[in-house]
Design a protein around this ligand. Structure first.
Ligand SMILES: [Zn+2]
Ligand SMILES: [Zn+2]
Length: 348
């Protein structure tokens, strides 16, 4: 089968590999129908994910059809259409039982697919702990509708869930990239009084204006003043930081009102500075990042009910054989790209 493989620093290549086999009674083999490219794939390519293993197939956002299951798999069966979770987790340890699946103590747990074990920019993938890692897609939900459930949508859902959003709240979301938009969609489910999005890219601002006309938009330079003017207590009640720069981190706490919740969804490439003397008396609650991707079933129901729709994010479509072109566009943010879908045409 063809796979898009991490060769070494700066280099991914399409190479042939054997179709994966079951290695454990809790594994499943899934035939991938649709996958996507995530910013984390670019982090692997650029060498900023030290635990990524050269030689692995990349890709951790994908949906497909179950081909085979091990003897201990009970939740899915061959021919089920499924979403695949970016996180591998055992479902049995202390952290899993409390829903903190990101902290599963299993040595194979965490972000394994497309990082430490072969991922989904391929024709097939082996999914460990298939009962936890796979969720059946309802019949009325398409592959494209379900594509982001296991990764960026799970992230947005988790971020909105832990942010304790109330109906009277003004929410500030910093960053309107793909994860920022997913966070926005999930924050909207909590029906806060108003949502402000802070974004600097004109293309992304235009995307938010077009698809979510009720959302207020500001740019980073005016963000603090804008949020103060458009909130009831001179600052956001909840801030979700999804941009991941020094500037956006500073804005996150500066734009929060006293006693606000600041949820850090973003991943930074260096440590951030917490100027506690300047924050003294603001009594902020920080919640830090690392998605607990254990709500996929609920997310799929919300998609089925029409309450979440991420399909507008898919701006480009490619076949697996042309994935290098897709990377080029995604990596360089060409042609107003938000997300790409990589289609696998079945071989007969
Ligand atoms: Zn990802
Ligand atoms: Zn666990």
């Amino acid at each position: 089968m063809i796979t898009y493989t991490y060769i070494g620093h700066g280099k991914f290549e399409l190479i042939e590999k054997p179709i994966p086999k079951l290695q454990d009674s809790r594994d499943a083999i899934v035939r991938i129908t649709l996958s996507s490219i995530c910013t984390s794939d670019l982090h692997i390519k650029n060498g900023s994910v030290p635990r990524a293993i050269p030689g692995i197939t990349v890709g951790h956002e994908m949906v497909g059809v179950v081909e085979k299951v091990g003897s201990d798999v009970t939740c899915v069966k061959p021919s089920d259409r499924v979403t695949i979770n970016v996180e591998t987790f055992c479902g049995k340890c202390f952290f899993c039982k409390h829903g903190y699946v990101n902290n599963c103590i299993d040595p194979h747990g965490g972000w394994a697919l497309g990082c430490r074990i072969d991922g989904g920019q391929a024709e097939y993938v082996r999914v460990p702990y298939a009962d936890q890692g796979l969720n059946r897609i309802p019949e009325t939900v398409s592959d494209e509708q379900a594509l982001f459930v296991g990764d960026i949508l799970a992230t947005g859902f988790w971020a909105a869930r832990i942010s304790e959003i109330k109906p009277e709240d003004t929410i500030l979301i910093i960053g309107a990239g793909p994860t920022g938009i997913c966070t926005l969609l999930c924050a909207m489910l909590h029906s806060p009084k108003r949502i402000i999005v802070c974004e600097k890219s004109p293309e992304r601002i235009q995307f938010v204006r077009k698809h979510y006309p009720n959302i207020l938009i500001t740019e980073p330079e005016n963000c603090k003043e804008f949020v103060s003017r458009h909130s009831d207590h001179k600052g956001a009640d909840v801030v979700l930081e999804v941009a991941g720069s020094d500037e956006s981190f500073r804005l996150a706490w500066e734009c929060a009102r006293p006693n606000a919740i600041v949820t850090i969804v973003a991943l930074y490439d260096k440590p951030q500075y917490l100027p506690l003397p300047d924050m003294y008396g603001k009594n902020l609650t920080f919640k830090t990042g690392g998605v607990d991707g254990c709500d996929c079933e609920e997310i799929l129901h919300l998609i089925q009910e029409g309450k979440i729709d991420t399909t507008p994010l898919i701006t480009h479509r490619f076949e697996l054989k042309d994935i290098a072109k897709a990377y080029h566009i995604f990596e360089n943010r060409l042609d107003r790209v938000i997300k790409v879908a990589i289609e696998n045409k079945p071989r007969f």
